[in-house]
Design a protein around this ligand. Structure first.
Ligand SMILES: Cc1ncc(COP(=O)(O)O)c(C=O)c1O
Length: 374
């Protein structure tokens, strides 16, 4: 790895601490919409499975049990329209954040290589590139790369639906990027962890397309990796349940390294994940919880004179002031109402704030009331 811990960026959340303290001083208390950590209960089907599998004296398989891998394939077939899933390799991971942070290193990238990530993005894409010693390049259009970058790109990160914007990449867009990348031998890694949360058409009916969809890649996983996580879909961020799926030529060496490192998903978690994937009822129920909160927050922010951009899917509203006040100004004025949100600057732009749907129903209703009073 090319990076020392002293090179790590400041943890940006520290910058929010004074605003948090300000919001906490509100006479009726803080309403926190700043963090994307699920708060609703982990479904019983997952908790029960964890208990069932708690007798676990032996080492689990790094590649995941055969039945877990079958459940993941079945998930792609049934929920994401990926056929034939048999051509793809699968590797369970300890949540998806660790993959975002280590993939450039595990793919063997180093100094001189470039990693493209979305211009407005979850910060760990940049960190992962830096950990490998590679150069992170924020860009949304592959034909508008900074000078000198083009010949050095080895990996492109996609994130659809996006954290923080909620934008979705359609089949055509995905196909264009995959085609461009494949012609140049560049790996495309698509972080799809919010795919179960689609609000607007066409995504609500047709589903959010996966990079593994045959309409995107012609049924050939070469050069493609998809990342998925049950943290959001199943209120299971504490379980660390995620996987990589895609090109066997890419996943094979990563599996070998992870076997040597002992980076294996615990056996009881594998079983709980298999059970979670067999059940869509809890996913639909959670989606309705978020839909209600989203509707209330959206209406309240719009009534209070803010605009909502993108946000077609995912777990956040991407909120802007209609007169162009910057993100920290919005954070400050909302903190005065006891409402805490995350500034767009944490994600690479300064015109929006990110409002998470992970505050309780009561907190959401209270926020709507506070936004309605001046
Ligand atoms: C875009 C994106 N990718 C990955 C993650 C990591 O999630 P987990 O490690 O829980 O799978 C998050 C979490 O917020 C995220 O927003």
């Amino acid at each position: 790895m090319g990076m020392h811990s002293s090179d790590l960026p400041d943890f940006p959340w520290d910058l929010l601490a004074p605003h948090k303290a300000h919001a906490e001083s509100h006479p009726d208390g803080i309403l926190d919409f700043s963090i994307g950590s699920p708060i609703d209960p982990t479904p019983d089907i997952i908790r029960g499975a964890l208990q069932e599998a708690s007798d676990s004296p032996g080492y689990p398989r790094t590649a995941g049990s055969a039945t877990l891998r079958a459940a993941i394939r079945e998930h792609y077939r049934r929920v994401r329209g990926v056929r034939p899933p048999e051509r793809h390799a699968i590797l369970p991971t300890l949540g998806s954040k660790e993959v975002v942070a280590t993939l450039p290193s595990l793919l063997g990238l180093s100094a001189g290589d470039a990693v493209i990530h979305p211009a407005v993005a979850y910060p760990t894409y940049e960190l992962g590139a830096r950990l490998a010693g590679a150069t992170p390049v924020p860009a949304d259009q592959v034909d508008e790369l900074p000078p000198g970058t083009a010949g050095r790109v080895r990996l492109i990160w996609l994130n659809s639906p996006s954290n923080p914007t909620g934008r979705v990449l359609g089949v055509e867009e995905l196909r264009g990027i995959v085609t461009w990348a494949r012609e140049r031998g560049i790996v495309v890694a698509s972080d799809e962890c919010y795919a179960a949360l689609a609000w607007e058409e066409p995504w609500a009916s047709a589903g959010v397309p996966s990079v593994l969809d045959p309409r995107v890649n012609g049924g050939d996983p070469t050069g493609i990796l998809a990342l998925y996580s049950l943290s959001k879909r199943s209120n299971a961020a504490g379980y660390r349940m995620a996987w990589l799926c895609g090109d066997p030529q890419l996943i094979g060496p990563i599996l070998e390294i992870r076997r040597h490192m002992g980076m294996m998903m615990p056996g009881p978690i594998q079983w709980a994940m298999e059970k979670a994937l067999g059940d869509e009822t809890h996913v639909s129920a959670q989606r309705e919880v978020y839909r209600t909160r989203r509707g209330a927050l959206r209406g309240a922010f719009e009534q209070a004179g803010y605009a909502i951009d993108d946000s077609q899917a995912g777990m956040y509203l991407w909120v802007r002031a209609d007169d162009g006040r910057d993100d920290w100004t919005i954070v400050t004025e909302l903190a005065a109402k006891g409402i805490l949100v995350a500034p767009g600057s944490f994600y690479g732009e300064a015109q929006h704030v990110r409002v998470s749907l992970t505050a309780s129903d009561a907190a959401t209703e209270a926020a709507a009331l506070r936004l309605a009073t001046t």
